[in-house]
Design a protein around this ligand. Structure first.
Ligand SMILES: Nc1ncnc2c1ncn2[C@@H]1O[C@H](COP(=O)(O)OP(=O)(O)OP(=O)(O)O)[C@@H](O)[C@H]1O
Length: 317
């Protein structure tokens, strides 16, 4: 799935980006670059600085320090030249509820002087991909949450940007619409669009070509999901249980356990050594009378990794 980012031209280059709000450093000396045809994910806890970074990239907020170049053009010095090539879909995209789907698309096309024939062609293509074609005459205010987001994406794409900035575009969207949304991102990737996407869903983080983990304004790690998983010290084991909270309480103090993450149907346990911890974990669960399946070693998920990396940072602080 992963494109080979090294072979594509640099679309976005960010160096030493910083932003303060009074005493708070919301974004602290962040640097990264994104190539054409690359999906670059921003993940991290609430308040980590993802939206502020995105706003600076979109030129809707001024950076206190740092440089942003899009297609070799300095965004800060020449925002007008880069505006046409960038599209920003904020968390609350400004659709007009009292306009139809088509009228919204037309509004955004007119903002960028896209010729009628061209935007209509693009609209059909994008609405087909998101299965929205039957709803062209529906008022935006009467669309479901997922449909609104897909319309927002269509509007953001109608002027064929080379760089697309998406701030949590699928939050609250149903799984089917999320999958369709990602299919559109993949087809954009194939046409060379560079994308920066922040997401609260770590399954979506796995789909990105590269990921940046933000915490307290800093970019702590940045790499492919596969490479990031190799950063995890120790191993992850999974224990299925219908009472995950009790399972977690029973095992969190077992020797060799670094952390426990609740998942829907049990717990993921971060341990020093998967083999050595099998028996003590099973004994602790049995002693506490918690029904549980066998202890199985699994590949870490991105969520396991981020929880472990953030824990390590906060313990070291
Ligand atoms: N306009 C502002 N004025 C003052 N503080 C702000 C402003 N915008 C953001 N902040 C603060 O900057 C920090 C980073 O916020 P930001 O919205 O960028 O984080 P985030 O990672 O996008 O989190 P979330 O997912 O909750 O939006 C937070 O502590 C936030 O309260």
């Amino acid at each position: 799935m992963t494109a080979a980012p090294g072979q594509q031209a640099l679309a976005l280059d960010v160096r030493g980006l910083s932003k303060r709000f009074g005493a708070l450093t919301a974004v602290d000396n962040v640097s990264f670059s994104v190539r054409s045809g690359e999906i670059f994910g921003l993940v991290g806890p609430d308040g980590a600085g993802k939206t502020t970074t995105m706003r600076m990239l979109a030129s809707v907020m001024r950076a206190d320090a740092g440089a942003i170049r899009i297609d070799e053009v300095d965004v800060v010095a020449d925002p007008e030249r880069t505006k046409r090539h960038v599209s920003y879909m904020p968390q609350r995209f400004g659709l007009y509820d009292d306009l139809t789907v088509d009228e919204n698309i037309r509004f955004f096309a007119d903002l960028f002087d896209v010729p009628r024939k061209l935007w209509q062609e693009r609209a059909v293509q994008l609405l087909t991909a998101s299965r929205m074609l039957p709803f062209r005459q529906r008022l935006a205010g009467q669309l479901s949450g997922g449909m609104k987001q897909k319309l927002g994406l269509t509007c953001a794409l109608v002027h064929a940007p080379r760089v697309l900035l998406l701030d949590e575009p699928t939050t609250g969207v149903d799984p089917v619409s999320r999958r369709e949304f990602w299919q559109i991102l993949y087809s954009l990737r194939a046409t060379g669009v560079a994308m920066v996407i922040s997401t609260a869903y770590l399954d979506e983080a796995e789909r990105c070509d590269r990921l940046a983990l933000f915490d307290e304004g800093s970019m702590m790690y940045c790499d492919t999901p596969q490479q990031l998983k190799r950063e995890l010290p120790g191993a992850i084991v999974r224990v299925a249980s219908v009472r995950p909270r009790e399972a977690a309480a029973a095992i969190e103090r077992v020797a060799g356990v670094r952390g426990v993450l609740l998942v829907g149907d049990g717990v993921h346990v971060h341990v020093d050594d998967a083999q050595a911890s099998g028996a003590p974990l099973a004994q602790a669960l049995q002693a506490a009378g918690v029904p549980a399946g066998p202890v199985e070693r699994i590949e870490p998920t991105i969520e396991d990794l981020f929880v472990a990396l953030l824990e390590r940072k906060h313990k070291a602080a």
